[in-house]
Design a protein around this ligand. Structure first.
Ligand code: G4P
Length: 528
């Protein structure tokens, strides 16, 4: 068999989704540690620095004037080649965070055991669920007091609408946290909090019937565990790989990323249960990743913050075959052949030029301004178009006022270009012309980015007036008469650059009210 097939089979490409502070960075670091991709020394004590060095690129990259926020961390572990897609969170949460999920084949959802499902997790989950990709749950921070575990699982099922199947089960939490019980092997993996942050943290593996267990567990803990397991065996969904693959059932694991407990067992199970690169939908049908011919799509475009360089980097997800540096590809939307220059990959701390890459991999290529998000690249002589990337619902809106109205041309050019890169979305009132521009963003930082870039790259000053809207829906009905639509007092009718009609509201409940008042109206949270 050709060697490229083996390369593709061992690839696992996934994103880690979580609410800020649940432990995504810590868990990512521990994964890298197992893969030997980062050096342990230095990442234990100087955690803040180490964190920056590994996942939080944005600030550093900005200081250096390079704008490549990390896209992917690649490393090898246990015969697998792992691509972890970084989903920017915190202040730099943006539409790119959602787009990155379009390049993943599965997702790891990290939940803080004391908090349950939080707002950002819910948003990211929705995007994964839309694609029906497998989702694995890691309940973190078990070394802290956690919520009742059954309640936590109910929370996941009710809030997210996905069934759960605990693969292991925690024994106590906080100070009383003793380890996890593996439901399949009926063994207990015991936790010792002695070597914080090291790879070798002691993990003792004992059968539940081993007499030693009684002296290790607190009085009553074993009984509680057995009761829990009995209850669980009766109540929870059974493990079913097929349902996991369809994203209908999430295997659940418990642990503590900080103290490195339960991380390796999670990683091992996860790598086995998750999928190698998945076939992707194109206009000609599904494209098999094992096809020899290279194909890929653009999922993110990164503009250069350094104004001396107007160039951009396009991040592409390889969907089939093998990529070789210098190869000529066909850019379907541009209708021309193209040599992809400076293909690069981010390996832990470094960016490096890649010679070859395979289906499942993500690479960044130099973009002289020709690519758009969602574009397809394939071998010359072929014509396929991968399914486009949807537009995601912005949650913050502002009216843009141009301070010097003489610079109308630059203003329109700048704002349209920035919108085309996908950093912001622009809208107009449904009935007026271009004079009134409304900007929508997924993360508020994008407002600053817009203002900064218009000033620095286009020499245009703007004022942003925040608007109270937070909810937006695309209207799916083809033949809608906007003048007949009955809305709520907090609703506004707008259109996007393509003239598609949308509605925005200040209050969440108004969305449902509008639906009630307009039978037959079809609204969507994603623009296609
Ligand atoms: P994020 O990327 O999801 O935002 O979370 P991150 O890993 O940065 O973790 C957020 C905080 O939670 C960090 O503490 C981290 O040390 C802590 N943490 C992560 N996993 C665990 C865990 O399993 N148990 C406990 N007890 N804490 C955990 P911090 O104080 O914000 O940062 P630092 O001072 O430790 O660097």
């Amino acid at each position: 068999m050709a060697n490229y097939v083996d390369e593709i089979k061992k690839r696992r490409t996934f994103a880690i989704i979580s609410h800020p502070d649940a432990g995504k960075t810590t868990l990512t670091e521990k994964f890298l540690l197992y893969g030997g991709a980062i050096n342990l020394a230095g990442s234990v004590k100087g955690k803040a620095t180490a964190r920056h060095a590994v996942s939080d690129w944005m600030e550093i990259e900005k200081e250096r004037g390079i704008s490549v926020t990390s896209s992917v961390l690649q490393f090898n572990y246990d015969g697998y080649c792992i691509n972890i897609l970084d989903t920017p969170g915190h202040q730099d949460f943006s539409e790119d965070t959602y787009r990155t999920l379009m390049a993943a084949d599965s997702a790891v959802m990290v939940i803080d055991g004391s908090k349950g499902v939080e707002a950002q997790t819910r948003k990211l989950f929705k995007v994964c669920a839309m694609r029906h990709i497998p989702i694995f749950t890691f309940i973190n921070k078990m070394d802290r007091e956690a919520m009742d575990i059954f309640e936590l699982l109910d929370d996941i099922e009710n809030e997210l609408g996905i069934a759960t199947c605990p693969v292991n089960w925690p024994i106590g939490s906080g100070k009383a946290f003793k380890g996890v019980y593996d439901r399949n092997t009926e063994k207990v993996l015991l936790f010792s909090d002695t070597e914080k942050g090291t790879k070798e943290g002691e993990e003792l593996d004992l059968s539940i019937n081993d007499p030693q267990i009684d002296s290790i567990l607190d009085p009553g803990q074993k009984e509680k565990l057995m009761d829990d397991i009995e209850l669980l065996d009766g109540a929870s969904a059974e493990f079913d790989q097929e349902l996991v693959s369809q994203g209908k059932l999430s295997p659940v694991f418990f642990g503590s990323a900080l103290t490195n407990f339960g991380v390796e067992t999670f990683l091992k199970h996860f790598l086995q249960m998750t999928t190698s690169p998945l076939p992707r939908k194109a206009d000609v049908g599904l494209i098999d990743p094992m096809e020899e011919e290279f194909s890929a799509f653009v999922f993110k475009i990164q503009a250069n913050m350094n104004k001396a360089h107007r160039d951009r980097i396009a991040f592409i997800r390889i969907c089939s075959g093998k990529f070789t540096a210098g190869m000529e590809v066909y850019h379907v939307q541009g209708g021309r052949k193209q040599r992809l220059s400076q293909p690069q990959q981010i390996m832990a701390q470094d960016r490096k030029i890649v010679d070859e890459a395979y289906a499942g991999d993500i690479i960044g290529v130099f973009d002289p301004g020709i690519f758009s998000i969602g574009d397809t690249l394939c071998m010359p002589g072929r014509q396929i178009k991968y399914e486009g990337i949807p537009t995601f619902a912005p949650e913050h809106f502002a009216r843009v006022r141009q301070i010097d109205t003489m610079k109308r041309k630059q203003f329109v050019k700048g704002i349209e270009q920035i919108a085309q890169e996908g950093a912001i979305q622009i809208f107009q009132e449904f009935n007026t012309g271009m004079e009134e521009i409304i900007v929508g963003v997924v993360g508020v930082l994008q407002f600053d980015v817009l203002k900064y870039r218009l000033e620095n790259e286009y020499n245009v000053d703007i004022r942003l007036e925040p608007l109270p809207y937070e909810h937006i829906r695309w209207i799916e009905n083809e033949d809608i008469d906007m003048s007949k639509l009955v809305g709520t007092s907090d609703m506004k009718k707008i259109k996007d650059l393509k003239g598609r009609p949308l509605l925005i509201w200040a209050n969440a409940w108004s969305v449902g009210m509008t639906l009630d008042r307009n039978p037959g109206l079809i609204l969507s949270e994603f623009g296609r």
